[in-house]
Design a protein around this ligand. Structure first.
Ligand code: HEM
Length: 424
């Protein structure tokens, strides 16, 4: 899959920022250089300067028809949190969403939260830990949970499909990792940058929101880019048959909210389902290779379907072996999750691995997959999980213990903010 830095619909000022473009100079380069405190000499493109040039800042445009962090390639690190709104004053929510936009945009460019000063008698506006760091393709994506629309006069803006997920099989939900009025997904190739973004938004929210739960994730599970598809904690390539964010036709059909919605203001947005899925890693690690491959339906090393030779070969769900048994077993994960066997349903997965130390009683590893998926309607996830949670061979090795559903509004145009988009 090609790098789709522009997959949220547009480049800032109509252009993308690439290493070559950055080094070539121009207004964008000057601004970016200033943001990073990099002298323009180092960006002039001359031989000597190029040799000493700092690496180009990797910037994903904040503005565009769609929010960044959905179609754009998954970065290496995730900081995700949900918040409950504790203020009952609509003006507080409005101020917060305005301030969040004003902070998020510069942070994605590697700049500080605005308002930083050298006033010794006040806390700095930016907590400072990302000062001087490249943004590492930082994206900040916001989503709203069902209950938010029950307050602040928002009932008329609530989409009909936004409701708490129904009880689903193979879940044992911990309220401490479930729900929330607002979700923020911050992703960056630098873990400190992703964490800083979340922390500074949380800090701006003091008095209006409280963080309900948070998850740090690592390693992408959603990218099908070269050099190779990343692996999840089961050791299998994950993302091989994901929706490619650059495939506009598939994104329009399965991911972006469109005319089917009762809420025109959400066109170009998407539903975000988050599931904290614990893996019983020790059990998996004791399973023989042949069974692991049968559980997933793919070769562990190459990622090829059991009916093929190479990772991207199409699975043949009809193929049988000499004994007449299905080569990809009836309960294999990819058979039960594939669009061929789910009336065409697809989702865009953008999850991360997580670890949380050890189970204090058993001494076993706590960790798994922080599953994030984007889709046009929540039913797409519900239909898949209703099937996977009952029949999937993988269910023996996993358990969903956290959950959230949010609607992500479309992207902003320059000059717009999240307050005006939601509350006007
Ligand atoms: C810990 C939990 C899970 C693990 C370890 C896991 C792992 C995998 C792996 C290794 C693949 C094959 C490679 C690929 O095409 O990406 C895959 C495919 C897929 N998974 Fe999962 N998965 C998990 C949970 C889920 C859940 C909860 C859903 C949705 C409800 C889901 C939906 C899918 C879909 C749609 C595919 C593509 C199937 C195809 O078209 O071939 N997975 N998963």
């Amino acid at each position: 899959m090609p790098e789709d830095r522009n997959a949220n619909g547009t480049g800032r000022d109509g252009s993308t920022v690439s290493r070559r473009g950055f080094l070539a100079g121009g207004v964008g380069a000057a601004a970016a250089a200033a943001a990073f405190g990099i002298g323009l000499d180092a960006c002039s493109g001359s031989k000597a300067a190029t040799e000493t040039a700092a690496p180009a800042p990797e910037i994903v445009p904040f503005y565009g028809p769609h929010q960044a962090g959905i179609a754009t390639p998954a970065q290496l690190r995730l900081a995700f949190a949900t918040f409950d709104v504790v203020s009952t004053d609509r003006a507080d929510l409005e101020t917060l969403l305005r301030e969040w936009t004003a902070a998020a945009n510069p942070m994605t460019r590697g700049q500080l939260v605005p308002g930083s000063s050298d006033n010794q008698n006040a806390p700095p506006a930016d907590t400072g830990e990302a000062l001087g760091l490249m943004p590492g393709n930082l994206t900040i994506t916001i989503g709203y949970g069902p209950k938010l629309f029950d307050h602040f006069g928002l009932a008329a803006k609530k989409p009909r499909l936004l409701a708490a997920l129904p009880p689903l099989p193979n879940e044992n939900l911990d309220p401490g990792y479930t729900g929330g009025d607002i979700a923020i997904q911050a992703c960056s190739d630098d873990p400190l940058v992703a964490f800083h973004a979340l922390r500074d938004l949380a800090r701006l929210g003091i008095g209006t929101v409280v963080m309900r739960w948070m998850q740090i994730g690592f390693g992408t599970t959603a990218r099908t880019a070269s050099p190779s598809t990343p692996r999840n904690l089961l050791g299998f390539k994950d993302g091989t048959r994901n929706i490619d964010g650059t495939d506009a036709a598939l994104m329009d059909k399965y991911v972006w909210i469109g005319d089917e919605s009762d809420q025109p203001w959400l066109h170009g947005g998407s539903y975000l389902v988050a599931r904290r899925i614990r893996m019983f890693i020790e059990n998996w690690d004791r399973d023989r290779l042949g069974d692991q491959e049968a559980v997933i339906g793919r070769n562990k090393t190459s990622g090829a379907p059991l009916t093929g030779h190479a990772e991207f070969d199409a699975p043949d769900f009809e193929a049988k072996d000499a004994t007449g048994a299905l080569v990809i077993p009836a309960n294999a994960h990819i058979r039960l999750a594939s669009h061929e066997n789910n009336d065409g349903v697809r989702i865009r997965r953008r999850g991360y691995s997580y670890t949380d130390g050890i189970d204090p009683v058993r001494g076993t590893l706590l960790g798994g997959l922080f599953f994030i998926a984007f889709m046009q309607t929540p039913d797409q996830f519900v239909a898949l999980q209703q099937r996977l949670g009952i029949n999937d061979a993988l269910r023996e090795y996993i358990e969903h213990n956290g959950s959230g559903i949010f609607v992500c509004p479309p992207g902003l145009r320059e000059g717009q903010d999240w307050a005006g988009q939601l509350l006007s």
